[in-house]
Design a protein around this ligand. Sequence first.
Ligand SMILES: *Cc1c(COP(=O)(O)O)cnc(C)c1O
Length: 344
Amino acid sequence: MTETVAGPHPLAPEWLRPLTDSAALEDKLFPADAHRDDQGRLVLGGVDVETLAAQHGTPLYVISEDDFRSRARAFVEAFSEAFAPETDVDVFYAGKAFLSTHAARWAAEEGLCVDTASGGELAVALAAEVEPARIGLHGNNKSDAEIVRALKAGIGRIIADSLDELARIDQLARSAGVTAPVMLRLTPGVHASTHEYIATAHEDQKFGLSLTPSSDADTDQENPYAGSPAWSAVEHALAAEHIELRGLHCHIGSQIFEPEGFEVAAAKLIGLLGRVRARHGVELPELDLGGGHGIAYTEADSPRHPRQIAQALAGAVRTACDARGSRCHGSPSSRAGRSSVLPG
Ligand SMILES: *Cc1c(COP(=O)(O)O)cnc(C)c1O
């Protein structure tokens, strides 16, 4: 079944080499249980692909449940270990990596929470009977209907993206007679070392609330964040009757291989948590350091083991807490981002 490989595609980047042997199973790119049977057929999750194609037709997405579960477990174990004993940690499976009721159920059964970014994804997670408290709803353009659905289902965290959205969440929660659990999405101005198109925490992009004071804001010697959209959002959220502000969230990008961006993000958000405590006497319990941990899309990518990622993040959080004299406890959560729990 070995095929000869044509020359480089004219649109392929230079580092992307044509496969020398397309029949070889590159470890990084295939589920751990992928192998060839004695007739040379690719076997995934114990079933050869000829049988799968005959059963389901092609094209066909095939996901190995064992592989999915073991990757999910590896993230949960690595983060629980790295943050123990002082900090509870939740790891979120990003629904956009792949979401079906089966995938959502596997993720939940392995101890992951589930991130959704639309009414459709939320409906899938709920249909899979993921505990609502373990679902998060993201998005920079949530409709009222999506917010109401999330509130009525009792989901654990709505990640508010703007001041306008925060006001709508408060109003919709009031009408529904509930209190909305909210995280604020902030843009710490980090340039994650990933492709610029998938870096999401620089100032000038479509998500979140900036930490930079607006140019006409009064300066405040004690609070470098005063006059920033992020600070206004914190104050609005604390004052809003139908919002329970759980904490601060950031998402610095997708396909991230190096942890330095998280160190900067953790330092800034923990700095802001300290200012909130100093000014309002409120200790927000949660910090969410989001970003898509890099996976291997090609042979050229070298993903890190979840343990390395978890230890780097835990180290960044401890360093930032020590620097501020903050207590490092509560329940920071970390999102296992796009595809990080799935094979490429
Ligand atoms: C993936 C992701 C993004 C980036 O979304 P695009 O629509 O690809 O720009 C932003 N925020 C979160 C929480 C994400 O998971």
